[in-house]
Design a protein around this ligand. Structure first.
Ligand SMILES: C=CC1=C(C)c2cc3[nH]c(cc4nc(cc5[nH]c(cc1n2)c(C)c5CCC(=O)O)C(CCC(=O)O)=C4C)c(C)c3C=C
Ligand SMILES: [Fe+2]
Length: 432
């Protein structure tokens, strides 16, 4: 579901209540009075009644799990991600359905800040919940589930009676020039994207879902990721990637449902009905050669992206959100934004838009070279992989200057299921 407009409404006791309503109910006329109004109870804390622009970051918040769309796509980006791909080992369709039902129940509980299963009161059994988030709040945890092409057909086998339901769009990506994909970061029958403002909460979610899956699915690969925290950037400025550039400036507006329907959510008639209100996820584990970048001049860095490092503006413009002028030339008659600049090549004719929701990763060092294994866990959501992601990546792989500094090591595609109503389960449209 898309996030309610927090400018107008705020969540108190899990209901959407306008700020004016809260002040009226409290019988007080202004925020200044409310600060001292401890009598109205802890639940009506200051953070709950101030509009987003004025309130301190509230990591106590719960992002609703149930809704038309899965959370973790159009909802506000959290500080951390724990992404995992699974291979299904279940014997048949019923076991797979059972897995999705159990995952739904556990995910709904965890996103509300509750523990999984029954309370741990039998000392002779392992507790249902692994326990590391006891006392922690949900920290805006979202858990997003996807199904990969190999769930539908693997080695020409229709393991779960799903072959006929495979969307044409959901197939392995073509090999792009310069790809250096490694089996250990590639593919998967299922994926779980857990995002939270606390990494321990995100990890706990995947760990417990993996535990529930025992006998039905096994982990294939997993990757933790981070970006600047909202505590460190209270104004929530666009995060910077590990090359120091603002990353995520140009994206469809997640609050604009017409734009989201045009670029992100699968629509009736696009393919199989079971995926309507879902979307396609592309994930690429892209290593960034940060030591090489650090020896590159600022001018060269800016020409590589086609944006200024400091302001994030397109070259030739002033502010981060000013539109580009790809025809503008400097006093030497050179394009401000070089022909091979990342943004020019990615932009193309501007018709293919994708929703980027990426995170940085840093995984120690490459033992062979002694350099950092660090980069971008690139994640994009789109209504069509063939019409949106593939043409962009085709162009980038052929002429993006950034290719001097990065290499794609991992890749997978998934169909993110539509959202679910209370009482239902994730995946029910696929299995019905
Ligand atoms: C196939 C899609 C893309 C991949 C893969 C990709 C990798 C990648 N990108 C950056 C850093 C930046 N990307 C920026 C803009 C941008 N990137 C893509 C697509 C892919 N990037 C698009 C569609 C755009 C927007 C283009 C436009 O219309 O201007 C930027 C600029 C700021 C921004 O808009 O976010 C940066 C910085 C890295 C480091 C990377 C791989 C490691
Ligand atoms: Fe990019």
């Amino acid at each position: 579901m898309s996030e309610p407009d927090k400018k107008e409404t705020t969540s108190v006791f899990n209901k959407n209540v306008s700020r004016r309503d809260v002040l009226k109910a409290a019988g007080i006329g202004g925020v200044g009075v409310l600060i001292g109004a401890s009598g109205i109870g802890g639940a009506l804390a200051l953070a709950d009644v101030l509009p987003t622009s004025q309130k301190k970051e509230n990591t106590n918040a719960v992002v609703p799990f149930y809704g038309k769309h899965q959370a973790g796509i159009a909802t506000e980006v959290q500080n951390h991600i724990y992404f995992a791909a699974f291979d299904v080992t279940a014997e048949g369709r019923n076991e797979l359905i059972q897995l999705f039902k159990e995952w739904t129940k556990a995910a709904a509980a965890m996103t509300e800040g509750k523990s999984v299963g029954d309370p741990a009161n039998n000392k002779y059994l392992p507790p249902d919940d692994t326990g590391e988030v006891a006392g922690l709040n949900a920290s805006n945890l979202t858990i997003t589930f996807g199904v990969g092409p190999t769930l539908f057909t693997k080695n020409n086998k229709d393991r779960f009676g799903l072959q006929k339901k495979q969307p044409d769009e959901l197939k392995e990506l073509p090999k792009f020039p310069l790809d250096s994909l490694e089996e250990q970061w590639t593919g998967g029958d299922l994926c779980i994207q857990a995002c939270s403002d606390d990494l321990q909460v995100a990890f706990h979610a995947v760990r417990n879902l993996a535990r529930i899956a025992r006998g039905k699915a096994v982990l294939r690969w997993a990757q933790a990721g981070f970006q600047r925290t909202k505590q460190a950037s209270p104004k929530k400025e666009t995060p910077r990637n590990l090359f120091g550039f603002k990353d995520g400036t140009v994206n469809p507006n997640v609050k604009n449902s017409a734009e989201m329907n045009q670029y992100v959510w699968v629509q009736p008639g696009d393919g199989p009905d079971w995926l309507v209100n879902g979307t396609y996820l592309v994930v690429r584990r892209i290593q960034m050669f940060i030591e090489v970048w650090d020896r590159t001049t600022l001018k060269e860095q800016e020409n590589t992206f086609g944006r200024y490092r400091d302001s994030g503006a397109y070259l030739g413009q002033k502010n981060e959100f000013d539109p580009p002028d790809f025809e503008k030339k400097d006093e030497n008659g050179e394009y401000y934004i070089p022909m091979t600049a990342h943004v020019r090549v990615a932009h193309g004719d501007g018709k293919q838009k994708i929703l980027r929701r990426s995170y940085s990763y840093a995984d120690g060092i490459d033992a062979k070279t002694g350099t950092f294994d660090a980069g971008l866990l690139f994640i994009s959501f789109q209504r069509s992989i063939s019409k949106q992601f593939i043409p962009i990546q085709k162009r980038l792989s052929q002429m993006d200057e950034l290719n001097e500094y990065i290499v794609h090591r991992g890749s997978a595609v998934f169909a993110c299921l539509p959202g679910v109503k209370k009482g239902g389960y994730i995946g029910e449209t696929l299995f019905s």
